[in-house]
Design a protein around this ligand. Structure first.
Ligand code: MG
Length: 402
């Protein structure tokens, strides 16, 4: 048998709030929320632990947060400071281990297998260093794989008192993976969305342990290939490597036109359709990305790409489209015919339902319900069943030279 790996998952505690407290020490220990203003339909990007004690959560409309916690201090956010601190944290991680996979601005996996000390010891040292050198609270989960390390961190953080940063360390020993997962609700398992959770519940399977005890063949019969993946994960098996450089995985869609197209309106319609496809593929895979990239290939085969990094991971068509459109307008060479256009999503992290953190936001719950209703209709009746009214004059079959 191969030697057990040692994988750490690191997550900064209420990161944006912790940075704001550094910038304005008078905020320390207070109920604060970073995010958009309530009168602009803003949402909470990050809530301090004293605010969480009142029920304030990320992705919650700010107006609702203020109802729960009337003395909440709303802070607009200082983007540059967040990326600066994030870079410093990542530098410490790289100084600790050769393989670091950033997941988002405040989260990363590390493979520390080659270090001689125990995984607990590495976790303690790392936490102490980030606490002391950067004055940031952080929590770590450790295990033999990414699935268990990340789940351990989530569970460890949640089990600490709610009124202060958890600064937790939670280690699952080799061999204890399945036992650790067993009592947890199946919805907490990576890749199990609300729809599959419902299917599993209808079979009487509510905990990860119950799924692990089922036969793999029976799950595959009910859920297809994903059934097999879910079964393996329920046993605590996850062979994914820690991928240095992070954005190794990506979801992308592109179209090569039958005839090169110079008309921006027509290109933007195609871009919108691609954004919908990328968002849908991400939601299906249970992924949300922080990096949105567009690719333009002109008639002369010169290829241009441009990307942007979001503060939060998204799987939302509208957010992907807005970013893609902005990138398109920034990189477009006027009137030059385009041969190929594409959108990619990468830098995967946990989905967060908020849209535009810094300004207006759609009501997150409403919009994700709408989104999953759309997904179901498209699954059932095909890609072109539901289209935006503005796209109706556009014939998707014009695309694709194949
Ligand atoms: Mg965090």
């Amino acid at each position: 048998m191969a030697k057990a790996r040692k994988i750490l998952h690191l997550d900064l505690d209420a990161f944006f709030c912790a940075v704001e407290e550094q910038l304005r020490p008078e905020l320390r220990g207070k109920a604060i929320a970073v995010g958009g203003q309530p009168d602009q339909r803003g949402v909470v990007a990050s809530a301090s632990y004293p605010a969480r004690a009142f029920g304030v959560r990320s992705a919650m409309p700010m107006a609702q947060a203020l109802r729960l916690c009337p003395h909440l201090i709303v802070v607009g956010g200082t983007r540059g400071a967040y990326s600066d601190r994030s870079r410093k944290v990542m530098a410490i991680l790289h100084d600790t281990a050769p393989d670091v996979e950033p997941l988002s601005i405040d989260e990363a996996f590390l493979d520390v297998t080659i270090l001689p000390e125990s995984i607990e010891e590495t976790a303690r040292k790392l936490q102490r260093r980030i606490n002391r050198e950067l004055d940031l609270p952080c929590s770590l989960g450790g295990a033999t794989n990414k699935l268990i390390a990340k789940t351990a961190n989530t569970i460890g953080k949640a089990s600490k008192p709610k009124d202060a940063p958890p600064n937790a360390i939670t280690i699952v020993a080799p061999g204890d993976e399945a036992q650790f997962l067993a009592p947890l609700p199946i919805r907490g398992l990576w890749g199990v969305g609300p729809k599959n959770a419902e299917t599993l519940a209808s079979l009487g399977l509510r905990t990860i342990g119950q799924v692990a005890q089922w036969s793999e063949a029976a799950l595959v019969a009910r859920l297809g290939k994903l059934g097999g993946d879910i079964w393996r994960r329920a046993q605590g098996i996850d062979t994914r490597p820690v991928q240095a450089g992070g954005a190794a995985k990506s979801i992308s869609k592109e179209v090569t036109f039958a005839v090169d197209i110079a008309d921006d309106a027509r290109l933007l319609l195609t871009l919108r359709r691609l954004a919908d496809g990328v968002g849908r593929a991400a939601r299906k895979a249970g992924l949300a990305g922080t990096i949105i990239k567009i690719k333009l290939r002109y008639g002369n085969f010169s290829t241009h790409s441009r990307q942007t990094t979001l503060e939060y991971a998204t799987d939302n068509d509208t957010v992907i489209m807005k970013c893609a459109e902005r990138l398109f307008l920034q990189s477009r060479i006027d009137d030059t015919p385009v041969r190929l256009i594409g959108i990619g999503l990468s830098g995967f992290a946990e989905p967060s339902r908020q849209l535009d953190l810094w300004g207006k936001a759609e009501r997150p719950a409403e919009s994700s319900e709408f989104q999953s209703a759309l997904d179901q209709l498209r699954d059932k009746y095909g890609e072109t069943t539901i289209r935006r009214a503005s796209d109706l004059h556009y014939q998707p079959n014009d695309d694709n030279r194949r």
